[in-house]
Design a protein around this ligand. Structure first.
Ligand code: PEP
Ligand code: MN
Length: 263
């Protein structure tokens, strides 16, 4: 059902008035994790100030170590929703289990399925049964075919509002956190009718590569780019190495807008 052979036209997903997949790239910014009301409000103001329509922030964090910050859960979602409402932003946030889905839906506009859950088939079926867009991230060891099949689970359960997100795969290369598989973008665009995003933060894991990676994503035909922004990355409770602070966010966004005008 996600195949181009089944449906030739691009799927366009309306999120808060932003038409994802319609040609113009869209942007999702926000902190790695929701940490406090103040933290998300500051970032929401910066995003809203640019006329953008979406904010991200994790409340249920899938951390490698059980001793790392696990996220604020439902309280975090409430904070993010409050900040988002003030600046007319849609909330993008990861849900890690079907048990949390129902309570979260009051506060989340786009349900993110994270890399670690790309083949959590019960979660895929659960998000397939809701009437909200799903941002499906590629598993860090998933082939493109497995990624497409994960999207197929969602659409087969009844939800066709799916955004695919390339977020880097694990390779032998250590210079970046993951290896951004940039060619996945045109392949996914050819094979499926779904919009395709690139997460430049988790793929590169390097602040200095966020801009070049975003330019590459846009040049190769991505429908949007995701990147993390935090008021003070040095004290962030997760992903301190790779989030942009607010001046860096301004510069990044201005540079990307200039880059896009060249097309
Ligand atoms: C995230 O976007 O918050 C995240 C944890 O990313 P990923 O699932 O791609 O690792
Ligand atoms: Mn992160």
């Amino acid at each position: 059902l996600v195949s181009r052979k089944k449906k030739a036209e691009d799927t366009v997903i309306d999120i808060n008035g932003e038409k994802i997949g319609q040609g113009e790239p869209s942007f999702i910014f926000g902190p790695c994790a929701v940490e406090s009301q103040e933290q998300v409000s500051i970032v929401a103001e910066a995003i809203g100030g640019k006329g953008l329509k979406m904010i991200r922030g994790g409340a249920y964090k899938p951390r490698t170590s059980p001793y790392d910050f696990q996220g604020l859960g439902l309280d975090g979602l409430k904070m993010l929703k409050k900040a988002a409402d003030e600046y007319n932003l849609a909330v993008v946030s990861e849900i890690v289990t079907p048990h949390h889905l129902e309570e979260a839906l009051d506060y989340v506009d786009v349900v993110q399925v994270g890399a670690r859950n790309m083949q959590n088939f019960e979660l895929l079926k659960a998000v397939g049964s809701i009437n909200k867009p799903v941002l499906l991230k590629r598993g860090m060891a998933a082939t493109i075919d497995e990624f497409i099949n994960a999207a197929e689970y969602i659409i087969a359960s009844g939800n066709s509002q799916i955004i695919l997100c390339e977020r880097g795969i694990r390779t032998y290369e250590k210079a970046t956190r993951n290896t951004l598989d940039i060619s996945a973008v045109p392949i996914l665009k050819q094979e499926t009718h779904l919009p395709v995003f690139v997460d430049v933060t988790h793929s590169t894991g390097r602040r200095d590569l966020l801009l070049p990676a975003a330019k590459a994503a846009i040049a190769i035909g991505a429908d949007g780019v995701m990147a993390e922004v935090h008021p003070d990355p040095a004290v962030a409770l997760s992903d301190a190495q790779q989030q942009m602070n607010l001046p860096q966010f301004d510069e990044y966004y201005d540079s990307l807008m200039k880059f896009m005008k060249q097309y």
